[in-house]
Design a protein around this ligand. Structure first.
Ligand code: RTP
Ligand code: MG
Length: 138
């Protein structure tokens, strides 16, 4: 069990002015921000990030959405980070997310669902390295 996970605040939440609200929830839940940046993904980079979903019917829409505006990428630290962060963000579909979760509060739909959270320690490492160099990860 690693103590780090990776997140993105997605274009819908950035556009709607929810960066502060979401970071507030993340910090209140006990996560330390190890590294953070605001950037914009090209369609190619978004496709690479979500390559695991390449064969899924929603892939094209996902890539288009994730490259449609600015995102905030961050590495977060806390014990049991991956699992606890997935609990904090709630179900992929906000209609099924529990009360008080970030997606319940801020997500618009299953596609425009406000935040990404790594689904395993291995992917947290890969995804963090996608955005940050070794010198940025203290
Ligand atoms: P994420 O990777 O962004 O944290 O989301 P997740 O693990 O909860 O869900 P995942 O299965 O990895 O799917 C990645 C993103 O694809 C979009 N999606 N759309 N229209 C659909 O049926 C559908 N299913 C998934 C979502 O935006 C999801 O976050
Ligand atoms: Mg996922």
């Amino acid at each position: 069990m690693s103590n780090r996970t990776f997140t993105m605040i997605k274009p819908d939440a950035v556009e709607n002015g929810h960066i502060g609200g979401i970071l507030d929830k993340i910090c209140a839940a006990g996560f330390r921000i190890v590294a953070m940046k605001q950037t914009k993904l090209s369609a190619e980079k978004a496709g690479e990030f979500y390559a695991v979903h390449k064969e899924r019917p929603f892939y094209g829409e996902l890539v288009e959405f994730m490259s449609s505006g600015h995102i905030v990428a961050a590495i977060l630290e806390k014990s049991n980070a991956v699992e606890d962060f997935r609990k904090l963000i709630g179900a992929t579909n906000p209609a099924q997310a529990e009360e008080g979760t970030i997606r319940k509060i801020y997500a618009e739909s299953i596609g425009r669902n406000a935040v990404h959270g790594s689904d395993s320690d291995e992917n947290a490492e890969i995804e963090g390295n996608f955005f940050f160099s070794g010198l940025e990860k203290f």
